[in-house]
Design a protein around this ligand. Structure first.
Ligand code: C2E
Ligand code: MG
Ligand code: MG
Length: 633
């Protein structure tokens, strides 16, 4: 007698899973046909298993042909399901079916053979037979086990061969569901009368569902739209297969500020209403929410991006309802299509984020096209980033020196150390291309130390020969946040036996920097003997109150202010010079490009001059050659 008490609850659970899977929105590219087929095969297997078992138990009540049909259908579904489990492994391992001709060929061959054996049973009693006494297993019954075992073992072999690149969790998941199937198969073999195999198959399907096929993985909880992971997955497949795509993205401008203004709850409610509007207005498109006010609408190539763009732009002319408030939001747009040759999804996502940041800064609802030139521009920036990282890690950042002269006599008194990176492919990279990047990723600390050390070594060797009183080194505000900086710099000047007074540290005022810890660092280093110079004075950040409190020995007037004065003389430059003198600091003018500028700046009260009129920044050897000669040595 068969024990079928497990079958009905197993069948019901499977039905619930099936309905759930069918109704949740799924990513088009991710809709895994194998999984859908597997679910269908499992339902059919369970159904015919139940029906045929009942019919076999009460065989007297049914005709022999009916019993043959029910049992044959069960065997065929069973073997098809075994095969589909194997295909599931192939699919999660992302293996190309054509590449594994042999192993797959055998799997298909075994499936066809075992199906033939089952189908021939009514005539040749191959897999089973039915007579007046009911159901009997046939001589080839074990083909059923061999076929399933082959599928499981092949899956495990493929996993160990090709699954190394997957995450550990994914790897273990595939292993677990295959082991569950193996266990179910062994139990069925040992206790064929207990109909429990289906439960193991359902467990295996659940494991696959939870980890690989769960549509929830791709849904953003707040908006019910597809998530960033979903976009990454879709793009990954489209880029890999060269599939057509058309994309329109938009970002809520000043998202962080708006969140502060309207409050987090209301802003979230606003995002939910935008999502609802998009879902309702564009039901046939795949819509993603990437967080931070960024939305992406995915379309097939050739669809009307322009119309969607206009509709959304117009909708944003009106406020969005959020709880009790009306939110007035502005948006910037980005489009992209299949013609941009992204090599992998990370490149696409980085370019997209970069484009979102840019449109955030554009004034109107402009649309930025993420085309090939933008991708190349981004690639260039990436190459620069790598070159910087290499140069810093290999201590190859060079120091160029620009002379600073006495404003009355034009004789050399000091110099400014300026960083340069030479890359074999990209050539000379200027500080404007790398200082910010180094500040962002923290490598400015190492870069700053390298520049400081090289400058100290130079100063120790040449200061007397060249008559240098001091050298200026630029200090990033990020370096000032590092509490080890004073001790580190002090140790370096001691190592080269130079007085700390010989090194002037140029600081700039910057927003977003904790001025308390910066002040603390400056005062501590001042006590150790280092001197401070205020760089880029007059560029807009300078705060009078703070300047008065800083122990500055020199103020450098920014070249933009100097040039402005020579274009249209106004009292700004004299005022700044005056202020510097009032706090007891000497004054250096930057950007002196012509002789008349030098003369006038001297008349205005500048003590020192720096600029192309005297010399651009040059490599250390050139600097030595030039000023040794100039001084007649
Ligand atoms: P800065 O400290 O204000 O340096 C002066 C900049 O003006 C230098 O640009 C210099 O080449 C340029 N300059 C000097 N005279 C003239 C002139 O007559 N005409 C024109 N058009 N330009 C002139 P550079 O070397 O490209 O450096 C740019 C900025 O990068 C520097 O501005 C400084 O803020 C930063 N920087 C350079 N080296 C370092 C470094 O080692 N550490 C840090 N933290 N920042 C650095
Ligand atoms: Mg400077
Ligand atoms: Mg400057």
């Amino acid at each position: 007698m068969w024990n079928i008490e497990y079958t009905i609850p197993t069948f019901l659970i499977l039905l619930i899973l099936l309905i759930y899977y069918a109704v949740r929105p799924k990513l088009k590219t991710r809709v895994n046909r194998t999984f859908s087929w597997l679910l269908a095969a499992d339902v059919a297997t369970m159904f015919f298993d139940y029906v045929s078992t009942i019919m076999d138990v009460y065989h007297g009540s049914y005709s022999i042909p009916a019993l043959y049909v029910a049992n044959t259908l069960f065997f065929v579904c069973f073997m098809l399901r075994s095969y589909l489990f194997y295909r599931m492994t192939v699919s999660v391992l992302e293996l190309r079916f054509e590449k594994m001709k042999w192993s797959c060929g055998i799997a298909v061959g075994l499936l066809l053979l075992s199906v033939a054996i089952a189908v021939l049973s009514p005539w040749k009693q191959t897999m089973f037979s039915i007579d007046q006494e009911g159901y009997h297993s046939g001589p080839f019954y074990n083909v059923l086990y061999i076929q399933f075992l082959y599928c499981i073992l092949l899956s495990i072999v493929l996993l160990f061969r090709f699954g190394r690149a997957m995450s550990k969790f994914d790897f273990v998941t595939v292993l677990i569901y295959n082991l569950l199937l193996l266990l179910g198969l062994v139990i069925r073999y040992l206790m064929p009368k207990v109909v429990i195999m289906n439960m193991f198959c359902l467990l295996a399907i659940f494991v696959v569902f939870l980890n690989f096929e769960n549509p929830e993985h791709f849904i953003d909880k707040k908006t019910g739209l597809f998530s960033r992971t979903a976009l990454e997955t879709t793009m990954n497949e489209l880029i890999a297969t060269g599939g057509m795509r058309q994309m329109l993205g938009f970002v809520i401008k000043n998202y962080v500020e708006n969140r502060e203004l309207y409050g987090g709850r209301q802003m979230d409610a606003g995002i939910v209403s935008i999502a609802a509007y998009l879902k309702e207005t564009f039901p046939k498109y795949t819509i993603y929410y990437l967080r931070s006010g960024q939305f992406v609408i995915g379309m097939q190539d050739g669809e009307d991006v322009e119309k969607v763009y206009e509709a959304i732009r117009d909708r944003f002319q009106n406020p969005w309802k959020a709880e009790d408030a009306n939110l007035f939001l502005q948006v910037g747009f980005v489009t992209e299509n299949s013609h941009t040759r992204f090599q992998h999804v990370a490149q696409f996502i980085d370019c997209l984020q970069d484009a979102f940041r840019r449109v955030d800064n554009l004034r109107k609802s402009e649309c930025l096209v993420l085309d090939e030139s933008r991708r190349q521009e981004w690639m260039h920036r990436l190459a620069v980033k790598r070159a910087i990282e290499n140069a810093i890690s290999e201590n190859r950042v060079e120091v160029y020196l620009q002379p600073i002269v006495d404003a009355g006599t034009y004789t050399l008194v000091g110099a400014e150390a300026l960083a340069r990176i030479t890359d074999t492919e990209l050539g000379l990279i200027m500080p404007r291309d790398f200082i910010q990047i180094a500040e962002k990723n923290g490598s400015i600390i190492t870069l700053g130390e390298q520049i400081f050390r090289k400058t100290c070594a130079f100063f120790a060797e040449y200061r007397e020969q060249l008559g240098l009183q001091w050298i200026n080194v630029n200090l990033s505000p990020i370096q000032c946040m590092d509490s080890d900086l004073p001790m580190q710099f002090s140790a370096i000047v001691n190592e080269y036996h130079i007085p700390p007074e010989g090194i002037h540290l140029e600081i700039t005022e910057q927003q977003n920097v904790d001025s308390d810890s910066m002040n603390e660092c400056i005062h501590e280093m001042r006590k150790m003997g280092f001197s401070f110079v205020l760089d880029d004075y007059g560029t807009g950040y300078s705060n009078m109150e703070r300047i008065r409190k800083l122990p500055l020995i020199n103020v450098k007037i920014d070249m933009s202010l100097v040039w402005e004065y020579f274009r249209t003389p106004d009292p700004m430059l004299p005022l700044c010079i005056n202020l510097a003198q009032n706090i007891g600091a000497s004054v250096t003018a930057e950007g002196v490009e012509e002789r008349h500028m030098a003369e006038e700046l001297h008349r205005q009260g500048c003590d020192y001059l720096q600029g192309y009129y005297f010399s651009p920044p040059v490599p250390m050897e050139d600097f030595v050659r030039k000023y040794r000669l100039d001084s007649g040595n």
